[in-house]
Design a protein. Structure first.
Length: 257
């Protein structure tokens, strides 16, 4: 049984694969201060929803951009599962050529997204991940990771506004009925949701024009449902893309799950 873990700055995503098939996925808040023991209790509870236990896990594939949380996850795997996790990095076998400079600067989650998308579609891709940051990853038809763009995420932008403007307070991340907000709350929602959607459409149009390539555009990430309905350039939504990419990376390096 394979457990894949994607530790992001804001959220951690888990995916369970039993005999190669998806058997559950969950998201939790990322807590860098969490100990391996606390993490084990949490993950054991998540696996219980699928009728499994930590002791049944035979392999772990891990992507992380939070070093402190990585250490706790590695220790949890060792103590409670008796396994050494495969930690994804630029030198991990992925089936892709990484043309980033330097390759080691590419986030493990972005690598997993690229692998998940290309292994499924086998064509030129732009992958938009709506998370702490809104990231754009560009993969050529030949399977080369070309690079991309990083913009503030929707939630990150909202938090920055609230911190910097004394008269603004937190709002729900949902689109108002009208682009023209008639009160402060709706004005904030409009700028955050419609503004992010316009930025996404603009960057995608720019990448396509610059690269002179027909790309399939895939959206993923924890905030994908809030923004994608207002984007014009997204072709496909795959909420579990990162987890599917981690599963594929595991198979390339270790065999089946």
């Amino acid at each position: 049984m394979l457990l894949v873990i994607d530790i992001g700055n804001t959220q951690t995503a888990y995916g369970l694969f039993f005999k190669g098939d998806p058997d559950g996925s969950w998201r939790t808040a990322t807590r860098p201060e969490q100990t391996a023991d606390e993490l084990a209790v949490q993950v054991e509870g998540l696996l219980a929803f699928a009728g499994h236990r930590l002791s049944e896990v035979t392999g772990v594939c891990l992507a992380s951009v939070v070093p402190a949380a990585t250490a706790a996850a590695v220790r949890m795997c060792s103590v409670y599962m008796g396994v050494v996790p495969l930690i994804v990095g630029s030198e991990t076998k992925t089936g892709l050529t990484i043309e980033y400079d330097p390759p080691s600067a590419v986030g493990a989650d972005r690598i997993a997204n690229a692998v998940g998308g290309f292994s499924s579609e086998g064509r030129a891709l732009i992958i938009v991940d709506f998370g702490t940051a809104t990231t754009f990853d560009v993969i050529s038809a030949a399977g080369a990771y070309l690079g991309g763009a990083i913009a503030p995420g929707v939630l990150t932008g909202a938090q920055a506004l609230v911190r910097s403007a004394a008269r603004l307070s937190g709002v729900a991340l949902e689109a108002p009925e009208s682009l023209v907000g008639t009160n402060t709350e709706d004005s904030l929602k409009s700028g955050l949701i419609y503004g992010t959607a316009a930025m996404v459409d603009g960057i995608i149009a720019g990448i396509k024009a610059e690269q002179k390539t027909e790309f399939l555009v895939i959206a993923t990430g924890g905030l994908v449902e809030a923004v994608v309905p207002h984007c014009k350039s997204i072709d496909k939504v795959e909420p579990l893309l990162t987890l599917m990419g981690l599963k594929k990376i595991w198979e390339l390096n270790k065999g089946g799950g």
